[in-house]
Structures are given as structure tokens and as C-alpha cells.
Design a protein around this ligand. Structure first.
Ligand code: 13P
Length: 250
């Protein structure tokens, strides 16, 4: 059985004070949740150090939402994977569709970020997902195939074992329209099969594939019930402790 994971991506939300309060309340509630579910939270960069101080990092994995595509140097405003590691971050979300769409991050750039993340012994949470137009034009499998192959498939077997994949259809993010559990399962099975073809059955069977896009307390258990769905990457609902906890307990 693959371990289940629920990850909260706070995006560009909360003041520092609000972020600390949210982290404290999640930390309190997570104590009572099922131990076998992995919990990840990804606050904004500015909150990471303060959030780390108020959570049990044995129970909650601290993640960042992005990192630079270069290791160090004259890249004003960027934050490197090694800097994040030095703060105690254990995982980095790479290639969220908002990064791809608004900041022009290509599969090639994202592959550099994944490699840098893994070279710091951090986990990479690599996101993929198609737009509504891509789905409706029947290109969805082609798009996901290139995001996975170009973003990840030059990794070694040891490296890919430290990647968590998140399938987040762009049309489901923040829209209130979630993929049906069958649509999620279909794509997760497709992704797992790609991993199988490249890395073999053992790695494919172990790789965690999370679903993201309008996961809420009332739809989480149906989506998480599907065979190839190993948990969720949660946006809006991760900003409210009670909703996030209901999703963890789903
Ligand atoms: P929502 O849960 O708000 O749809 O966001 C999903 C997401 O983008 C998580 O990374």
C-alpha cells in the first residue's frame, strides 16, 4: 500500500501573523488525525522559518512553493533550493500550473528545478495538468505525456523515487469544478503507466500521484478512493483548518 499524502498549497495568501496562526491550528488538529497519512504544508517563502517553529516537523512536512532554476549567483529576487534546505524545508512544489502559465516556466526550466531540488536531498512535488482547451481538443494525454517525459524522465531511478507527482487539471484549479473521480483515475493510471514504461513496475507502483483542483471536504473521499489516487494537493481548502483536516481524514 502506498502511503497517502495530503498537501496544502497556501499560494500567495496570508500575512505572516495569519500564516503562523493557521500553521498552529493545523498543527494542533493534525495531532488527532490518522498517523499513516502524510501531511505537507507549503506556506509562502516569507513564512517558512516562522511556520517551522510552530509545527511538529516530525508529523508535518514543510514545503516551499517554488525555487530558482539556478543553484546560486546573480539572479536578483530568486530563492534557491539550497537556501530552502538551509531553512529546514523538506520538499518543493515545482511546475504548478500558475508558474507555467503566468511565469513562462517550461518543462525544460522545470526539469532544472527538479534536478536542483533533488540534488539538495529534498523531495520534488512535480505538477502537471492540461487546460480545458487542451482537454476538449483531445490533446490531454499528449500534454501530460510531454510534461512528465520532458520534466522528469532524465532522472535516475534513485532520483525519481524522491519525486511526488501532482496531477492538477488547470480547469479544476480554484474554479469549484473538480475532475470526476473517473477522470482523475484515468489520468493517474496513464501517468503511472508512463512511469512503468520508463522505470519499471516497482518504481511505478511506489510513486505517489496526488490529485489537485477544487478538492473539498465533500468530494475528497470519492476522489481519494480511486486506486491510483494517493492523496491531494489542496489550494483554497488548505487555508481553513477544519476543511484541511476533513480532507486529511477523508
Ligand atoms: P484549489 O484547491 O484552490 O482548486 O487549488 C488547487 C491547487 O492549485 C493546489 O496546488
Amino acid at each position: 500500500m502506498r502511503k497517502r499524502i495530503v498537501a496544502g498549497n497556501w499560494k500567495m495568501n496570508t500575512s505572516l501573523e495569519e500564516g503562523i496562526a493557521l500553521a498552529k491550528s493545523i498543527n494542533e488538529e493534525v495531532k488527532a488525525s490518522k498517523e499513516d497519512i502524510g501531511v505537507i504544508i507549503a506556506p509562502p517563502f516569507t513564512h517558512l522559518t516562522s511556520v517551522k517553529e510552530v509545527i511538529n516537523t516530525e508529523r508535518i512536512c514543510l514545503a516551499a512553493q517554488n525555487c530558482a532554476a539556478e543553484a546560486k549567483g546573480a539572479y536578483t529576487g530568486e530563492v534557491s533550493a539550497s537556501m530552502l534546505k538551509s531553512l529546514g524545508v523538506k520538499a518543493i512544489i515545482i511546475g504548478h500550473s500558475e508558474r507555467r502559465a503566468y511565469y513562462g516556466e517550461t518543462n525544460e526550466i522545470l526539469n532544472k528545478k527538479v534536478k536542483l531540488t533533488l540534488s539538495e536531498s529534498l523531495k520534488a512535488i512535480y505538477c502537471c495538468g492540461e487546460t480545458l482547451e487542451e482537454r476538449e481538443s483531445g490533446k490531454l494525454f499528449e500534454i501530460i505525456n510531454s510534461q512528465i517525459v520532458d520534466g522528469l524522465f532524465n532522472l535516475s531511478n534513485e532520483e525519481i523515487e524522491n519525486v511526488i507527482i501532482a496531477y492538477e487539471p488547470v480547469w479544476a484549479i480554484g474554479t469549484g469544478v473538480t475532475a470526476s473521480s473517473d477522470q482523475a483515475q484515468e489520468m493517474h493510471a496513464f501517468i503511472r503507466n508512463l512511469v512503468n514504461q520508463k522505470y519499471g513496475g516497482k518504481i511505478a507502483n511506489e510513486v505517489k500521484i496526488l490529485y489537485g483542483g477544487s478538492v473539498k471536504p465533500d468530494n475528497a473521499s470519492e476522489i481519494f478512493g480511486k486506486e491510483d489516487v494517493d492523496g491531494g494537493l489542496i489550494g483554497g481548502a488548505s487555508l481553513k483548518t477544519s476543511d484541511f483536516l476533513s480532507i486529511i481524514n477523508a
